[in-house]
Write a new protein. Sequence first.
Length: 270
Amino acid sequence: MNSLPLTLPTFEVASVWLVGAGPGDPGLLTLLALHALDSADVVVYDALVNENILKLANPKAVLEYAGKRGGRPSLKQPDISKSLIAHALAGKRVLRLKGGDPFVFGRGGEEVLALAEAGVPFRIVPGITAAIGGLAYAGVPATHRGMNSAVTFITGHADNGDLPRDVDWEGLVKGSPLLIIYMPIGNLEALSRRLIKAGRKANEKALLISRATTPNQRVVETTLATCGADSINSGIQPPALFVVGVTISLHTDLSWYEAILDRADKEGTL
């Protein structure tokens, strides 16, 4: 890190950096994220952080797992925040490492509010969110001139596991040509029915993107009407994105990463 021809901010003791690790590919880390990994005394990381990214951490750093995965036993959010505060008050440089971007469906806001209340200094380091990185690696532009000038990110479930109640589905259908839905797998049938009821066509093309930007990435082409069955039949696993909208039509011609994975698979280099 010291060979970089630029000056990066000092990771002060007794502080917390909330850092986005991106969607999976270690090459998508920011310079600040890499600097934080090199400097941290404690790394508190999520379930979606690629293990190869953790290998970039300071060898002397303590790695503390704080993953939250739907339907599985996991730490409560207040407990994670308390751990960050405790490490900082003990004089440690604390790296809170989250998949994607910490402020996009990452509960980052909850954690920094707790830090602020406790008087712990913090820095936010954005990361490439799954929606942007995942679509790019699937060959789907988030926006494309002449096709769409708006894109919407949506969570596929609320805290109780059901569809979120604070979404204006009819408004989304009318106002957003491209919908990118996070964490959709458990609610695909309900999501598709809700979107169709709100006005999307049942035969509209959609994509399921699983484990985006990693060697295990899978892209399943489907439709709103068949996405539930196609998800089951394909065996696609979370973490995943569900994408509905106009720029999906470009996927076939722009699927550059799938070509790389296919070639690596044929050559036995995966």
